[in-house]
Design a protein. Structure first.
Length: 565
């Protein structure tokens, strides 16, 4: 245990990733690295090393005691084993023999007879992590008070986990700690009351289990086997084990985006009250145009990205005008969907239009690929009377047509200036021409979107969770972003991502515009609230116009009663 009573107990955490080759596991590791493993770096600058990886501990941390939690991912494997005898080479990344998973230097392999045997995996982790201290020496690594195992589908909520009354504040010997399971109300010495997806042992108990030959097995799952081995420890040592519940550890079942949602809900719940986050952004009186409400619902400005470089795009625009953009033409609210140009020309009253759109084209082949560092709308957009055969609902940007080099940035700059100086919208969006929008379900969802003045820090769309891997220099910031077919954000976010003094767009740009925008948003200095777009609100992609029309026809037949009046 720690020799200095004033030092906080330290824990060595192994994160089990059962199959290192599966895409979903790579995404989960990405999410974990970007959430609780980075929490103290992103939310508390005075404790940058409270959580660190095993390689970081040896190579970059000056004082090992600064790392209260040290982690490594591990992959159960039928053939490979990261040898403790070569751990120094592994940490320094100099030995080809101990190269781990791709370029994930914070991961190791465990050679198991059965990689799917969770009990064998836990025991192997206990044995390996116990041996590390002897392999490296306490002088360079420091000593751990607890050894813990956690499944990759489980998340840690730091403020609860490091709470004042937990074992991580004061060391306790002979401890078996974990998450309570359904049997938590029973006597834990007679039945295993913890969920094996998180297991934490004091060093003395872990050392015994690591060197007990062989570990006892009774069948019936992980719990009974662990329980039997703990009882053997009690019998041989004469020490009674304390069974303690650990706060702030939760199983998150399902896809990686569910973990992101849970994490961000947690961050939102503690923001401002416990992290000391600056809340002035919520009180700042941003300059904006007069606010128009639409029957109590939020209003959105949508840029539909198209081009004049391909003749087929003119046909796509005509098809879109006759499909979802015209869905309410014959209804009692014919202007519920309207063009931005009609609003600016006052052909439509703002309170009548909930969904304002404009097609967005890059229209100057000799111009730069973006026009962001300006507050002048006349520099961003080319007047329609200077265009050959202009279309009334098309925004002609004063940029060279492009997909990933600044067109989206320019659109959100333009939209931000419209919101600031001409017409207020609660949200602004980017959409593709091969996206079929379903208006009625969308408007139904929009009834729950916060409107002014509560529409702050909001970013919405369909999740795309980033996956770590080789040559992924474009991952950069955050665990996820929203896919390009249709995503939206509140004006404060749009204003931030197009402000070069606040957002380092050059450093964050990638080869894909939607990931680029995600990187921008993920650097916003305050908690972001992410809204998942319902799959019922749009479908994508439909590059063939006939397929687009058929998909719209199926929607019309399904929602005919909503669009005939």
């Amino acid at each position: 245990m720690s020799s200095n009573a004033s030092k906080k107990p330290r824990v060595f955490l192994g994160i089990s990733s059962k199959n290192g080759q599966r895409k979903i596991e790579g995404k989960r590791r990405r999410v974990i690295r970007q959430t609780y493993l980075q929490f103290h770096q992103t939310h508390n600058s005075t404790a940058d090393h409270r959580i660190c990886s095993l390689p970081e501990l040896l190579s970059t941390v000056q004082n090992p005691d600064d790392c209260q939690m040290v982690y490594t991912f591990f992959f159960p494997n039928s053939k490979r084993m990261t040898k403790t005898s070569a751990i120094k080479d592994f940490l320094k990344n100099t030995s080809g023999e101990t190269t781990t998973q791709s370029k994930e230097s914070d991961a190791v392999f465990f050679k198991l007879k059965s990689p799917n045997d969770e009990f064998e995996g836990i025991m192997k982790w206990i044995q390996w992590s116990t041996a590390i201290q002897g392999a490296i020496g306490e002088s360079s690594l420091g000593q751990f008070d607890y050894l813990a195992y956690i499944d990759i589908s489980t998340i840690v909520y730091p403020h609860e986990f490091w709470g004042q009354n937990t074992i991580f504040q004061n060391y306790q010997p002979s401890v078996f700690a974990g998450m309570p399971n359904k049997k938590s109300g029973e006597d834990c010495q007679d039945s295993f009351c913890f969920d094996h997806r998180f297991t934490c042992l004091s060093q003395d108990l872990a050392t015994y289990l690591a060197y007990s030959e062989p570990p006892g097995t009774v069948g019936g799952g992980v719990g009974p086997n662990l329980l039997q081995n703990v009882k053997k420890y009690e019998e041989s040592s004469g020490n009674e084990v304390s069974w303690l519940e650990v706060e702030g550890v939760r199983n998150i079942y399902g896809e990686p985006e569910r973990m992101i949602n849970k994490w961000e809900s947690y961050i939102s719940s503690i923001a401002d009250s416990t992290t000391g986050e600056d809340t002035s952004v919520d009180k700042e009186d941003f300059h904006h145009a007069n606010v128009t409400t639409y029957n109590g619902n939020a209003r959105i400005l949508v840029g539909i990205f198209t081009t004049n470089l391909k003749p087929i795009e003119r046909k796509r625009r005509d098809t879109i005008r006759k499909s979802y953009l015209g869905a309410y033409k014959k209804s009692k609210t014919p202007h519920r969907i309207c063009s931005l140009q009609d609003l600016l020309k006052k052909k439509v009253e703002p309170e009548d239009c909930q969904f304002a759109y404009t097609f967005v084209v890059g229209a100057n082949s000799s111009a730069p690929t973006e026009q962001v560092d300006t507050d002048d709308l006349d520099l961003i957009a080319i007047p329609r009377d200077k265009m050959e055969k202009p279309e009334p609902d098309v925004l002609y940007l004063n940029i060279k047509e492009n997909m990933n080099d600044g067109k989206t940035d320019t659109w959100f700059r333009y939209a931000s200036l419209i919101v600031e100086h001409q017409l207020y919208f609660d949200y602004m969006a980017k959409m593709d021409t091969d996206t079929v929008l379903f208006p009625h379900p969308l408007f139904g969802k929009m009834e729950n979107w916060p409107k002014y003045p509560n529409n702050r820090r909001i970013y919405g769309g369909e999740y795309n969770v980033k996956r770590d891997g080789d040559n992924r220099k474009d991952l950069l910031v955050g665990a996820s972003y929203f896919n390009g077919p249709f995503y939206w954000m509140s004006p404060d976010i749009a204003r931030f991502i197009t402000d070069s003094e606040r957002c380092n767009r050059t450093a964050l740009r990638t080869s894909a515009e939607d990931m680029t925008i995600g990187n921008y948003v993920n650097t916003f200095p305050h908690t972001i609230h992410r809204f998942k777009m319902s799959p019922k609100t749009y479908d994508h992609p439909f590059k063939d116009i006939s397929h687009f029309k058929r998909r719209w026809g199926r929607y019309q037949r399904k929602f005919k009663k909503f669009h005939k009046l």
